[in-house]
Design a protein around this ligand. Sequence first.
Ligand code: FAD
Length: 318
Amino acid sequence: MKVIDRLIQAEREKKTLFSFELLPPVRGKSIQSLFDAIDPLMEFNPAFVDVTYHREEYVYKELPNGLFEKSVQRHRPGTVAVCAAIMHKYNVDTVPHIICGGFSKEETENILIELNFLGIENILALRGDAAKGEAAFTPHPKGYKYASELVEHVDQLNKGEFMYAESGFKGGFCMGVAGYPEKHMDASNLDTDIKYLKQKVDLGAEYIVTQMFFDNQKYFDFVKRCREAGITVPIIPGLKPLTTKRQLTLLPNIFKLDFPQELIKEAEKCKDNKAIKQLGIEFGIQQAKELMEFGVPSMHYYSMGRSTSVKDIAEAIF
Ligand code: FAD
């Protein structure tokens, strides 16, 4: 089933859905590690499960002659295969993340055709970040610079317009896109970022999943500004329970987000990561209750393969 149809149905029934996202296992690991992370969350009936995509990294190996050989490696391959495996094992809809970075238009189209074969009808369309070792995002020479271009491509496919074939499948994919309550790091300001977000929606995206945030007010303000800008699609909050003290500096650094002062104050009182994890769960429950009262479409957790805190929060709110 398409994510948008689940969201519409839930809105009609005045229900908040539960969903989460996972990383594919690292190279060489079995998919069982992923199933172990999913099992505890299945009792909450996730409406859909997202699987992230991890682009290539440049690895430099020193040769006996002292020179370095550059090779390209992917540490977490297999997004499409992992989606298919989860879908068949749990009978749940999966949402592969499809990124522009590292792909030509043709390669992207081939992935989408593959997804269609597998019966996967949802995707999250993203630009992707710069490859590790690159200062800024560089598009593939025959690929896309912005997620909006990928959205447009998928929309054309949905209309049966393929790059090389006259016709194919029609009406295939439901597309979600990313939104940033605290602004995307490259954007000059939030208004410009929302302008480009609206462009993705106008080109065919049917819902938005936000970057993680810890301050609900940032999400409420973002939704208000999106609505004022004419964006009417569901805006799903992306949430991550705090689990380590290190995240207090790491997450703002990576995702350019702010922690609320009250959470920082409580975290400072925690002696170790066990206490932080407990704080993360208690804070996460309060955050979730407030969001559900606001009427969010789904509680979407960045579980990233670690399910215990998400399970504790889900147990308290569903
Ligand atoms: P875009 O929508 O293309 O926006 C990128 C920047 O360009 C923004 O600053 C925007 O304001 C600006 N912009 C957009 N259009 C234009 C235009 N026409 N002209 C000028 N500026 C423009 N990354 C991964 O690699 N794999 C994942 O699985 C993954 N999953 C994610 C899931 C979620 C829910 C979120 C929020 C992010 C995820 N990311 C993932 C990270 C994401 O790829 C990065 O944040 C990336 O830097 C931006 O992606 P985007 O799709 O938002 O890009």
